[in-house]
Design a protein around this ligand. Structure first.
Ligand code: GLA
Length: 385
């Protein structure tokens, strides 16, 4: 090769590499999601609230408000590629302020029930306000779902972080608890990931979860009794008639709570099985099948809507999942587009520690101590077939 040919070859090679990296950066830019911020109005006490909409390039959109760190809308495509909003909720902030069903909310400080509204740490008893018969439900009278959170959009346009400081004594719980909830919509997969992080300055208990109500046919589109469910759990925690666990871990085998094989939600929901009578349907905590040594995400649940073809998989680092079949919905809450959400218009899969754990030493612990950081992760993964 002459010097001239050499120079030309080098130039060609450089141009080629240049094109490759340009193509690379264009496509990665193209794959990135976007976050749009708009006003969601003002609370009754005058706090300005925002709504953040995360979109990816696979047709998924998630709208989240900093009121209650709440998932307001979640749009995913069906098998024909047509998107629908698959979570119950309201069009306005007022709906969330007045609502009692925890639609889409971040639930805390202690998700699910604490029996008798009390627990003790190191011999000291803490008394909580009771808001569910004799029990405390979902953090008390003013839980995290009714708080104004601080939002920071991540630099990567894929994630949104919400933070909240729950002060010592709030709703009876000890310790200043600093909580962060990060919502990430994957750029290239229809997957919403929620990361919970918390730290405290005094021993306290916590159980954080998200309370989205799913209807994979689209919110307001009938009931979920034909949805097919799988729960990767061999046991559940039976409850008394006030839905407080008795402490027993019972095998699901041979009961209508066995979802180890795909079964429609409606198939056994009305059976005369005491646990279903107590729950008015499904409202129980399943013990996720996870090897003792297994850390990280485990597949907890799979739900499928045969009509639309939409499928939801729930993965979590938590030890339990509360499957609630929307038994208390009674049409009185008017949701999006003024639709009445009747009984079983949706289901919840609340990844969590077990209900009333602070009063059950045999359950996985929910105690958080100063100088340690709590972290859990849950992924809602969507597909269609
Ligand atoms: C949880 C509870 C249910 C019900 C809903 C909210 O899932 O287990 O009993 O209170 O929250 O309505």
């Amino acid at each position: 090769m002459t010097a001239k040919q050499n120079a030309r070859a080098l130039l060609c090679a450089l141009l080629f590499v240049g094109e490759l990296s340009l193509a690379g950066s264009l496509s990665s830019q193209g794959m990135r999601g976007t976050i749009r911020k708009e006003s969601f109005g003002k609370t009754a006490s005058g706090a300005r609230i925002d709504l953040y909409t995360l979109s990816n390039k696979k047709g998924m959109q998630v709208a989240i408000t900093n009121f209650g760190a709440t998932v307001v809308a979640l749009k995913v495509p069906d098998r024909a590629g047509k998107a629908a909003d698959v979570v119950l909720g309201f069009d306005t902030l007022e709906g969330y302020e007045n609502g009692t069903a925890y639609f889409g909310a971040t639930v805390g400080r202690y998700g699910n029930r604490i029996g008798g509204g009390q627990f003790s740490i190191d011999g000291k008893t803490y008394t909580l306000p009771k808001n569910n018969g004799n029990n405390t439900l979902h953090g008390g009278i003013v839980g995290f779902n009714k708080k104004v959170w601080k939002a920071i959009a991540g630099k990567d346009s894929e994630s949104l972080e919400m933070s909240y400081l729950s002060v010592d004594g709030e709703e009876g719980f000890p310790g200043n608890l600093s909580v962060k909830v990060a919502f990430t919509l994957a750029a290239d997969r229809n997957e919403l990931k929620i990361d919970y992080t918390a730290s405290t300055d005094k021993d306290t208990v916590l159980n954080l979860t998200n309370h989205s109500y799913f209807n994979l046919a689209g919110e307001g589109n009938g009931d979920i009794l034909d949805h097919v469910l799988m729960l990767h759990a061999k046991q559940f925690t039976p409850v008394d008639k006030t839905l407080i666990p008795t402490g027993e871990l019972r095998d699901v085998a041979g009961t209508p709570l066995d979802f180890t094989t795909a079964t429609s939600i409606g198939k056994r929901i009305s059976e005369n099985y005491e646990q279903l009578v107590f729950g008015k349907g499904y409202d129980h905590n399943w013990v996720l099948a996870r090897a003792e040594s297994e850390k990280g995400l485990t597949l907890a649940a799979e739900a499928y809507d045969p009509k639309s073809g939409r499928k939801l998989e729930v993965l979590t680092t938590e030890p339990g999942v509360q499957f609630y079949s929307g038994n208390f919905l009674d049409g009185s809450a008017k949701g999006k587009g003024n639709k009445a959400y009747g009984q079983r218009a949706a289901f919840c899969l609340e990844t969590q520690h077990f209900p009333d754990s602070p009063n059950h030493p045999n359950f996985p612990g929910t105690l958080l101590k100063p100088n340690s950081v709590f972290h859990s992760q849950t992924v809602f993964r969507f597909s269609a077939k």
